[in-house]
Design a protein around this ligand. Sequence first.
Ligand code: SAM
Ligand code: SF4
Ligand code: SF4
Length: 339
Amino acid sequence: MKLDNLTSFFFAKKPTQAAFFLTYQCNSRCSWCNAWQQPKIKELTFPQIKKVFQQLKNFGVKLLYLSGGEPLLRQDFLAIVKLAHQLGFDLILVTNGILLDGRLIHHLVKIPSLRINVSLDSLDKKLYQKIRGVDALDRVLQNLKLFKNLYPHYPLRITMTISAVNLNQAEKIYQFCQKNHFYFSPNPYFELGRFRKKSPLHDYRKITKQLIDYYQKIALKAKNEAYLSGLPLVYQKLTLWLEGKMTEPCGAGEELLFIDPKGLVYACQDLKPFSDLTKEDLAKKWAAKKWLPAVKKCYQETPCFIFCTRSPYIIKHHKIQVLFDLLTSKKLLHYFKMY
Ligand SMILES: C[S@@+](CC[C@H](N)C(=O)[O-])C[C@H]1O[C@@H](n2cnc3c(N)ncnc32)[C@H](O)[C@@H]1O
Ligand code: SF4
Ligand code: SF4
């Protein structure tokens, strides 16, 4: 992350991060997500995306997650990411890794403001297929191997979504990451978010106790284990949330915005859109704060712990502790590489 973007994140009084779902189309059929079941919609064209980026930039967004659906399915993905880079955004691509072939890797690693997150939730073929609905583990592992061979020092991150069916894979995937020098980010499954499915197969309540144990250990290791991504404080707060003790607000709308493939803006994926970037001025619509009562009601009555809204809020509101943890960590350089 650029230093001036980091400084703005700490001191801005409006969101500096946005998750942009470039498409809802997908080449997987995950059992915990129904992006792939959405009817085909008219997505923003490249010139419209240009305008959306300009609005986001003028508004003060510094960090953009390029996500979806599967963002690499957009034919113009490379042009989109290059444009976002030229405009000065820090970028994080979130992909299932199926289309991450040699040609694409060569292009993507040349974009200095881009970090790549590949989702990997199982190293067992059958379980991968049960979770992701497609027989694509070999392809993803092949692409990761190619990436490693071509760019051994690239700070690639593996995002694992943990649910009741795959907690037993977490240690194996972490070891795989350590061996390959990939960063490992273990995120819990939730039945929230616009396209997140309520699925008995994944229900984390079946394994709350094991999850609490797991994340307590992760919180202890996060400070000094080089290839473990995330801050100890965020994992500590997650365990509090799992124990039913978390009462802090979330950062939906205040720290992070969501943009859908049509250019509609949401404070939280679970709420209604409050602006249309193709027609309206984001700054005015955001400042009117019509989105705020619904967000407050939600975090007071049915709080969730999705990392994208929780992490920025926690980091920003506990600056001293985060700074202390970073400065006393044995892996400060890794934190710089990761973000
Ligand atoms: C929605 S996907 C979009 C990007 C890309 N298709 C992928 O799978 O990485 C982004 C991340 O959300 C995770 N995800 C999907 N459904 C989820 C759920 N119900 N709870 C938590 N994470 C979920 C995925 O595993 C993935 O890591
Ligand atoms: S989690 Fe990602 S890969 Fe799976 S269906 Fe959703 S968007 Fe597609
Ligand atoms: S707690 Fe916040 S991020 Fe979670 S669903 Fe509610 S408004 Fe959205």
